[in-house]
Design a protein. Structure first.
Length: 61
């Protein structure tokens, strides 16, 4: 597999896996955020954009 040009580095494809869809994230961003494999994240919608954030466990009072 050849490496993408720098101008196309953040272009990703949507793939299907079973009954779900998958988008790979750039390794550089995963390292920058300190995310790990199997880490929980939240996905929300903002207009026509998806926002991916680190999942925070709710603290019971």
């Amino acid at each position: 597999m050849s490496r993408r040009k720098l101008t196309q580095e953040n272009i990703r494809k949507i793939m299907k896996s079973g009954h779900s869809y998958v988008v790979s994230l750039p390794l550089e961003l995963i390292k920058e955020f300190g995310w790990k494999e199997k880490q929980k994240v939240t996905v929300s919608r903002h207009g026509r954009q998806l926002i991916i954030k680190d999942w925070k466990k709710k603290v019971k009072k």
